[in-house]
Design a protein around this ligand. Structure first.
Ligand SMILES: Nc1ncnc2c1ncn2[C@@H]1O[C@H](COP(=O)(O)OP(=O)(O)O)[C@@H](O)[C@H]1O
Ligand SMILES: [Mg+2]
Length: 212
């Protein structure tokens, strides 16, 4: 067992925390044959909806465990789940500034998704500070990108200015990420070969090498 914890956090809603959580989980299972647990700490429960559709469709996978917890409970829950899972992914709600500590504390890696936009620059500082103070390994994930946008290089400059790293993979804005989840799936279960698959596969490889 690798027994590592990845916390996906970002103050701003809609940056792709939940999308990344499930896509990484299924990529770790499919391409690396790992045992994964996802902990949903968002009271909105969109991850729970997704998992319920999976269960109803009997898509559940012996390598995937799903749990819900409060932001506080996630620290304890992840400690328990670590014992028999390779990776525990903690998905968090937005606006967690004051309650973020336990979920960040539990992490071996904090993954922070953001779009290539100034609005996201402004939102990202707070969670980076919290993760830095906790002495955690941090990676920014540029998500929903339009590869041709001039804002991508601006975003990379911004990330450099925070003195942290971003992942090598930029995740594009692609329908399949959203559409697959509506069916209780992920892109890696819907497609064999696509740009989305390449993105997620490459990302799962880098993240794995970072936590190993
Ligand atoms: N790379 C992407 N391409 C297209 N749509 C995306 C992508 N990432 C996220 N989305 C969509 O954006 C919305 C917000 O994503 P979500 O993962 O729920 O964000 P968060 O959990 O950070 O609030 C959802 O409708 C999701 O399907
Ligand atoms: Mg979410």
């Amino acid at each position: 067992m690798l027994s590592k914890v990845i916390t996906i956090a970002q103050q701003k809603g809609g940056t792709g925390k939940t999308t990344l959580a499930v896509h990484l989980a299924l990529a770790f299972i499919k391409y690396h044959n790992l045992k994964i647990a996802i902990i949903d700490t968002d009271p909105q429960g969109s991850l729970g909806q997704w998992f319920m559709i999976r269960s109803e469709k009997k898509l559940s996978n012996g390598h995937l465990t799903f749990k819900t917890a409060s932001l506080w409970g996630a620290q304890y829950e992840s400690k328990t789940l670590k014992k028999d899972h390779d990776i525990v992914i903690i998905d968090t709600p937005p606006k967690i500034e004051s309650d973020a500590r336990p979920s960040i504390e539990a992490a071996d890696l904090v993954l922070i998704p953001m779009a290539a936009s100034h609005v996201d620059f402004w939102a990202t500082g707070a969670i980076v500070d919290i993760a830095k103070k906790a002495n955690k390994k941090i990676l920014i994930q540029i998500n929903r990108a339009n590869q041709r946008s001039k804002l991508i290089s601006k975003t990379k400059d911004f990330i450099k200015s925070l003195d942290i790293l971003s992942t090598k993979t930029i995740i594009g804005h692609r329908q399949i990420y959203a559409a697959s989840m509506g069916e209780g799936k992920t892109a890696v279960e819907k497609q064999k070969k696509s740009v989305a698959i390449e993105e997620i596969k490459q990302l799962s490889e880098q993240i794995l090498s970072e936590v190993k």
